[in-house]
Design a binder for this molecule. Structure first.
Ligand code: PAF
Length: 288
């Protein structure tokens, strides 16, 4: 497995693979590799000739300096996991390889408009602009045929699809289903910051999503689906709600309350023990 930190060396390797006709799949990460990332790798390996991973803790997408400082960086363990998984190359750039002017703000930063300002974007101003910018840079440097994103960060997935569509990039976006623990908790590098009790409380999120799906299946409308989620989440005093909403899968707009047709996404975010947790699930009404 090649481990490369310079952007020029990375571009040269990607160009040589492309010339030899290899289809390249990119899995962008911020490290702290877990089963969710390894699932992206497996999906890429099934569809592409070469699978590459980027590990870059993107400083511009953190709202709080403390979160950036404390973000886990177990590089040695990450590389061992990726090597065992059969990854072909890992890009581990220093910050100036991505942002040559850093710590000055780059001259060029993408704006993602309304899609980036609601939900996660409302709670973390500038976050999606920073994600859109870094993903564009990584895609430009890699020229991947496909890029793999987990559905766990569903709004991020929508933002990336919009960037690729609107900028006319040739890369195909592949959405990979969320990997869950056996009790339903969505895997995340943040789960490790919860106590045993907090970890148990966090299951309220997956249960609220299950309630939303059951409510739609049994003839509810969008408003009752939303209420079902809120009721369940309110039953957990340790959970501090950011949002729980039923949204359109492309625009992330809330679904009108009377809706009883179609397939949407229930999205939930909130905080337990100071740890921000997100999850989402497809919700289909029976008449769709
Ligand atoms: O999901 C992540 O880990 C990050 O937001 C990403 C896509 C690697 C961009 O920094």
């Amino acid at each position: 497995m090649e481990v490369i930190s310079g952007r020029r060396a990375w571009q040269d390797m990607m160009a040589s693979w492309s010339r030899s006709g290899s289809r390249v799949g990119l899995c962008p990460t911020m490290g702290a590799i877990h089963a969710g990332h390894l699932s992206l790798v497996r999906h890429s390996q099934a569809q592409c000739d070469r699978t590459v991973v980027s590990i870059f803790v993107n400083p511009t997408q953190f709202t709080l300096a403390r979160d950036l400082e404390t973000y886990p960086r177990p590089l040695k363990e990450d590389l061992a996991l990726l090597q065992t998984a059969g990854v072909d190359a890992v890009f581990v750039p220093e910050v100036h390889e991505i942002y040559p002017a850093y710590p000055e703000v780059s001259d060029v930063v993408l704006s993602v408009g309304r899609l980036g300002e609601s939900f996660e974007g409302r709670d973390r101003p500038g976050h999606f602009s920073a994600v859109a910018t870094v993903v564009s840079i990584l895609l430009n440097l890699t020229q991947a045929d496909s890029v793999f994103f987990g559905e766990k960060d569903f709004q991020q997935l929508c933002v990336v699809k919009a960037v690729i569509r609107d900028l006319g990039m040739a890369t195909q976006v592949v959405a990979v289903p969320t990997i869950r623990e056996s009790d339903g908790l969505a895997m995340s590098s943040r789960n490790g910051r919860l106590s045993g009790e907090g970890r148990r409380e966090a299951l309220v999120i997956a249960r609220a999503l299950g309630d939303a799906q059951a409510c739609a299946r049994s003839g509810g409308h969008a408003l009752s689906v939303r209420s079902a989620m809120h009721e369940r989440l309110a039953s957990c005093t340790a959970f501090s709600l950011s949002y729980a909403e039923l949204v359109d899968i492309n625009t992330f707009s809330p679904v009108p309350p009377e809706t009883t047709k179609g397939t949407y996404r229930a999205v939930i975010a909130g905080v337990i023990e100071g740890v921000r947790l997100l999850d989402n699930a497809a919700v289909s009404f029976p008449s769709s």
